[in-house]
Design a binder for this molecule. Structure first.
Ligand code: CP3
Length: 343
């Protein structure tokens, strides 16, 4: 698998996949989505989840598939009344305080998520052997923001305020999420995922003073917990919006790949990270939505900056639902040609 070669240090290959590659920009995804009433039952239908996972591979031949699911499946299993409303996004019953949950049975939570393992198993069986399958979870901080705010948020002020007001209470929620995340990642790895990924989409809003406690250490504990279960799969971590401290983040968490968003320059990262750190990223998804020469020039600049280190080409965040397919076509043709020229 091209992507595993890269993760193990090879700089000659440049595997390509896109965050949210199985999503609404694909007409075949929208058609499949229409056959289900709600998003949660879609994620829990292992046949449909597997089909959605494979759609972007069939269309674009990406080097990795990411299992179709959501980071909010853990809060769903925790009875937080998770639902997705069209035009609004996710809605949950907000927690009155971060330590308000009564103790939850780990086995029960994970058993509610077994359809996700079924989807992994089915997908791995249908996916080409040279393509990797990625299983994922959300990082505790990011998942906790949805649980505290009751959904998406503009500035996460409610969750952030708790970090200052009662950090010990916040630790309780984080620890619960660390435990369920370990269980979920282990389950996905055992079901056949080749690579694991931890999405910390809102890492950047945690004040730097509290970063170690609420961003770095929880992810380090998840990775150590996965390893303690005998799982040695590569782990990609995506601390979106982390404006500095990348070296420390990689070192302390023990992640194998650092995924970076589009706000950090590839040149700066390359100059500041040890040579052996594998990076993934970081084209702005809006560059792809807009298309044209600027998209290609920005992709070229990323490839040039990371030319001497193992690099997985990806976006800085998920591909947008209004992205025209011909822009993705053009970008993929361009990247494949580059790959061929440098081989
Ligand atoms: O290809 C893939 O990446 C598919 C699997 C996947 C989804 N969500 C499917 C999805 C993954 C890896 C996620 C991760 C996820 N979910 C994150 C972390 C990555 C990121 O984007 O920051 C977050 C924060 C969520 C929470 C979430 N899920 C929100 C805020 C929303 C609503 C916003 C929106 O785009 O509508 C979702 C819904 C969701 N998850 C969709 C998809 C394809 C769109 C909803 C639909 O099809 O009805």
């Amino acid at each position: 698998m091209r992507i595993l070669k890269t993760i193990h240090g090879d700089t000659s290959e440049m595997p390509i996949w896109f965050m949210r590659q199985a999503g609404r920009y694909l007409p075949e995804y929208r058609a499949l989505r229409e056959t289900t009433t709600d998003f949660i039952s879609y994620c829990l239908d292992s046949d449909k989840a597997s089909e959605a996972t494979l759609q972007p591979i069939t269309r674009y031949g990406f080097d990795a598939a990411i299992i179709f699911s959501d980071i909010l499946m853990i809060p769903w299993a925790m009875d937080r009344n998770v639902r997705f409303q069209t035009g609004v996004g996710p809605l949950l019953d907000p927690l009155p305080s971060p330590d308000a949950l009564t103790s939850l049975d780990r086995q029960l939570i994970i058993s509610r998520l077994t359809p996700v393992a079924d989807a992994v198993r089915k997908t791995r069986a249908d996916l080409d052997r040279d393509k990797a399958l990625i299983g994922f979870c959300g990082a505790p901080w990011t998942v906790s923001t949805y649980m505290m705010e009751g959904g998406s948020s503009r500035d996460f002020s409610l969750a952030r305020k708790w970090l200052w007001q009662d950090p010990a209470a916040y630790d309780v929620l984080i620890t619960t999420l660390v435990d369920h995340s370990i269980d979920l990642l282990v389950m996905k790895a055992e079901a056949g995922a080749d690579i694991l990924m931890i999405f910390d989409s809102w890492a950047g809003v945690v004040p730097s003073y509290l970063r170690k406690r609420f961003i770095i250490e929880p992810v380090a504990r998840i990775i150590a917990g996965v390893r303690a279960n005998g799982i040695d799969h590569p782990i990609i971590a995506f601390p979106k919006g982390l404006s500095d401290g990348f070296d420390d983040y990689v070192h302390v968490t023990g992640c194998n790949v650092l995924a970076v968003d589009h706000t950090v320059s590839a040149e700066w990262l390359d100059a500041h990270l040890p040579r052996d750190v594998v990076v993934q990223g970081n084209l702005d998804p809006l560059a792809v939505e807009t298309g044209g020469d600027a998209m290609l020039a920005s992709a070229d600049a990323i490839c040039a900056a990371f030319a001497k280190r193992p690099h997985i080409f990806n976006l800085g965040h998920g591909i947008g639902q209004f992205t025209p397919l011909d822009h993705v076509d053009q970008l993929m043709r361009h990247l494949r040609q580059k790959r061929k020229n440098s081989a």
